[in-house]
Design a protein around this ligand. Structure first.
Ligand SMILES: Nc1ncnc2c1ncn2[C@@H]1O[C@H](COP(=O)(O)OP(=O)(O)O)[C@@H](O)[C@H]1O
Ligand SMILES: [Mg+2]
Length: 308
């Protein structure tokens, strides 16, 4: 039986409580069952992300390198296999097998290096932008439509602005509301990765870089420009000139993704405002409270204003 990494146990129980602990108890048995059914042998150390356990395997009889991913059964993890299936390996790892009841997939194995580890900001943005364009294929009916969430986003913005103590200027809030009202409800049926950040882009051989860990939405391809930009926040902190760094990222992403820069900016602005509110209400995975959280929230406020 595989050993589930300690940090993964701690994170899962910390986040999910008793249901998380119960799921973890079953997990080694689930992995064994899937390895047998999909004719795989473990091949190297088990790793994990925030929500998924990753078991490197070899597929019998050819010995093809693959990974078994079992995710925590959360609604946000339902559509990853659908997205992989549509992409068919174009810009993302191949999907070999799926067991939706188990939230499990057998995936093509990429190399261990993530795009985040390359440390070159311009190339991170360029690679992510190009992938964004390649992944923007027509969406099948089953994927959740982001346009159906626009109403909920608007309600949340209005409620957060009312209930939370914040110093966001009215024009920043109004711009976010305008984006939700204007761009939100009219999004096309295009596949969106949904969590496009440099840690979810892996070095590979079949293509230089392949995406993993999609949410699998349908919507505006410019949406994930905001996801990416938000994820670069820590890199912006190291920049001498924050304004310049943010604009360079917008330009680079819009260019590589062949998208309208203004549209990318507007989504990114909305993401920043949502993050500023989310931080106040729930904290972030990297900081649940204290000075560090205050400081990140202030940074999100600054980013939102800069993008307005
Ligand atoms: N197909 C793959 N090939 C090789 N490594 C992978 C693959 N998928 C995931 N990993 C490794 O596991 C980590 C977490 O995977 P990810 O799918 O992002 O999980 P999570 O949903 O928990 O974030 C990745 O950063 C990577 O190191
Ligand atoms: Mg991930």
């Amino acid at each position: 039986m595989i050993a589930v990494p300690e940090t993964f146990v701690r994170n899962t129980v910390g986040r999910e409580g008793q249901p998380g602990a119960a799921w973890l108890t079953e997990l080694p048995g689930v992995v064994d069952e899937l390895l047998e059914r999909w004719e795989c042998l473990p091949d190297g150390g088990v790793t994990h992300g925030g929500v998924g356990l990753i078991v490197p395997v070899l597929r019998r009889p050819q010995g093809t390198a693959a990974v078994l991913k079992v995710s925590y059964p959360h609604p946000g993890n339902v559509h990853a296999p659908d997205a992989f299936a549509v992409w068919g390996g174009q810009g993302a790892v191949l999907l070999y097998e799926r067991d939706d009841d188990r939230f499990a997939m057998l995936l093509e194995r990429a190399r261990p290096q993530t795009l985040a580890q390359t440390g070159n900001e311009d190339s991170i943005i360029r690679v992510a932008g190009r992938l964004n364009r390649r992944l923007a294929v027509p969406a099948p009916p089953g994927l959740p439509r982001l346009r159906d969430r626009a109403g909920q986003w608007e309600e949340e913005l209005l409620r957060d602005a009312r209930e939370l103590a914040h110093e966001l200027p009215a024009r920043v809030l109004d711009a976010a509301l305008e984006t939700v009202r204007e761009l939100g409800p009219v999004q096309p049926d295009t596949v969106i990765h949904g969590d496009l950040h440099a840690g979810n882009i892996l070095r590979a051989d079949r293509e230089p870089w392949l995406a993993v860990d999609p949410k699998g939405y349908a919507g505006d391809p410019a949406y994930d420009g905001g996801t990416l930009l938000k994820s670069r926040a820590l890199a912006f902190l190291e920049a001498d000139d924050l304004t310049k760094a943010v604009h360079r990222t917008l330009d680079g992403f819009a260019n590589a993704a062949e998208l309208d820069r203004e549209r990318v900016r507007r989504w990114a602005q909305l993401h920043a405002v949502q993050a500023a509110f989310h931080g106040r209400r729930h904290g972030f995975r990297v900081a649940r409270g204290g000075q560090r959280l205050d400081w990140i929230i202030q940074f999100a406020d600054g980013l939102a204003e800069l993008l307005t």
